[in-house]
Design a protein around this ligand. Sequence first.
Ligand code: N01
Length: 562
Amino acid sequence: MNLTKTETLMAAATRTAGPVSAAADSVVDAVVVGAGFGGLYTLYRLRQLGFSVRAFERGQDVGGVWYWNRYPGARCDVESMQYSFSFDEALQQEWRWGERFAPQPEILAYARHVADRFDLRRHIAFGAGVTALHYEDASALWHVQTDAGEQLKARFCIMATGCLSTARMPAIAGLDSFAGKSYHTGHWPHEGVDFAGQRVGVIGTGSSGIQAIPMLAQQAKELVVFQRTPNFSIPARNVPMDDAYERSWKDNYAALRQRARDDTTSGTVYEKSTCKAHEVDPASRQREYERRWGTGGVNFMHSFNDLMLDAKSNITAADFVRDQIRATVRTPEVAALLTPKDHPIGSKRICVDTDYFATYNRDNVTLVDVRQDAIECITPTGVQTKSTHYALDSIVFATGYDAMTGSLLKIDIRGRAGEPLSQAWEAGPRSYLGLMVAGFPNLFTVTGPGSPSVLANMIFAIEQHVDWIAECLRVLREKGAHSIEAQSEAQDQWVAHVNEVASRTLFPQANSWYVGANIPGKPRVFMPYAGGVVPYRRKCEEVAANGYEGFQLGSLNTTTHE
Ligand code: N01
């Protein structure tokens, strides 16, 4: 397989179901691109406000990233009780999560349930990817084109395309020549894969690889892991949902969701620390890390409140995890290779695993450090590194995504005066509040670059964005305005603020997908907003309360500066 073949397969698969059709000249209030959690909630809110709305989804069902990512071990690292919608009390009371951290099939079932419960499917064209969005200034309408041949016009476009939905295949020589089977974790076959008796290679040790590797090691005859950068990972300590724990959330959902809004950095309630790592003595610090390591999950990164701000504090947490790796992995040379050394803990998205490091104690697992022994090419029968040929039946690419901008830029989006978004973002994404881009009126990005997005609980971030967008559309209708557009000066100020806030943290120090470092040639820009969800929400609310400050509102004949 190669990327071209994959894309062909994907395209064929997504065209099999006929979308709901509309006449070429039909006009709707809003088009929603994507039917993951962002798209579903947008449909719900806009319909509630009486807007006519249509969604396009390239998959055959709802769920977005959870529709595509079906690799073994895929699960969320935000606890189930919090990785869920808060907008409907009955929904959050009636849905029952089976595990502390929900596995992919359960999250997909939840997305389907939401779509059915709120009767959202009838607004969605499945198997239809939006290929072009062109803005017409005179009518203040977007012309929408899909790969299923549909055209229509919309006043507003809401891009719910997801932050991690454009899978990336590395440019390794010979990809096409491999005679075995290849898979990308982000495009996993829906029927599943049986690796029993196979020699399997995995390229990539980010969150996806780290989740998949322990499962693949159990299935495969031999597993060869090709690692370029070792990653920090915290044990999930996943367990079946405890009834009392579930009850403690359900009995207090309103207050706990409010706490997520008012008193967290990410929209997820963790056990908050009120002190810095060096404000306690080393023995107390060690005990705190041990305790949090023992209870599992991202809560570990909240052991002290300066771990992402102070390099010296960060080292104490990083050293603790390095010690755990050495204590878990029996072969010291393998432990050394698995030990991250080149970035602060948390500056690449922290991984959460089940038995990841212990998997390297298995006899059927081999770790190849491709920094020392680079992959030269893929051959018809396996992977050739500088020193060795690894014979393989299957290769799993856990090589990540063109994050945050990839799914937007692969659509031919042209704003006022026909300017392509790719041109506006040539030096990296620029956006006002991560919600709108100057020059692209009436086009909103749900969890776009410049908003907390991937640094937050995604469902939380989606709800906040969609609520803001829905209210904005309601106000525009009330005012009789036909368009809204970010002003360049406000955008420039916001981009400067996003950069300034990021520069105060340790995040930009890593070569991560947060800065686009995984995509050759992608401008290095720290894309999410690292200032926390509370100040971010306040800023969004303030902007709206001040008559959409920093935005320009227009009607078909006039334009008003608010
Ligand atoms: O992708 P990644 P991911 N040769 O980009 C390696 C979310 N997520 O799919 O670090 C060799 O993190 C690359 O190496 P390097 C989560 O936000 C969440 O794993 O660039 N290796 C890296 O090891 C996450 O961060 C959950 O040196 C190559 C790996 O491939 C995000 O999705 C679960 C290579 C890619 O890692 C993305 O995670 C899964 C090459 N040519 C995902 N090219 C949960 O909720 C790339 N790599 C738990």
